[in-house]
Design a protein around this ligand. Sequence first.
Ligand code: AMP
Ligand code: MN
Ligand code: MN
Ligand code: MN
Length: 273
Amino acid sequence: MRFDLHCHSSCSDGALTPAELIQRAREAGIDVLALTDHDTCAGLQPLQAANDCAIRLIPGVEFSSLWNKSDVHVVGLNIDPNNQTFNAAIDHQQRARQQRAESIAGRLQKKGLPDLLPQALEFAGEGSIGRPHFARALIKNGIVNTPAQAFKKYLGGGKAGDVGSYWASMETVVGWILAAGGIPVLAHPDKYALTRTRLTRLISEFKNAGGQAMEVVSGQQLPDVTRRLAGLCEDHQLLASSGSDFHRPGQSWAELGRQSALPERCRPVWQGW
Ligand code: AMP
Ligand code: MN
Ligand code: MN
Ligand code: MN
């Protein structure tokens, strides 16, 4: 069975529509798919409508949250998208994204750049607005050439467009997922560039807040990283998840359904499904 429990569509910062995503999932031979757009599950219905090939769809989301002043992402799997608490949570995060976008635009203007908000909003369309939409606006205006450059100069950690204080706390976000009957999964723990001591603290506090799983595999990561994360997962008695974090075709390290296998020693998050 091929699982991919972390990917994005045009409902957030992904390039493919939910229907295009289903097509790609079919081509990749995926059996079980969770669409986990940033702070929205608007893609679920169109995904279900386009699913003419018996892929099992797991309702999902990727919430942004704050832990110790850093952005930490928490994936929710198997959530009830009709749950009231959950829908209030989505509204909260969407407002946070709107306000943050205004703040990003203002801070970039103070750096002497044009007002990029209208273009960023246009790139986001109906979807969750985020920094990747500002990256596209920066490229369109000829200010940078690539998204990587946009993050390095303007949007990444410590830069003018890195405005993180709008999110709910990690504990709150875990609570929202639990309220919606979902499984809280700590997303891509290796991407936070934390020391081992701080990563261990993050995982402990996540578990204490009610977290149940962590991504032991995120995209095509190095075997060494997988081993280290599998050890931490076991130490904290969490379930293990696996997802590509696919955003768009052409990023071979995050191709849909092409992430490395979960180590044998892990208890997969899908064991009870
Ligand atoms: P946001 O949701 O607005 O906080 O933006 C975070 C998103 O930006 C991530 O989910 C990635 O899709 C993307 N991203 C983060 N870092 C980079 C980077 N260095 N280059 C390109 N895209 C990035
Ligand atoms: Mn993203
Ligand atoms: Mn993420
Ligand atoms: Mn993601």
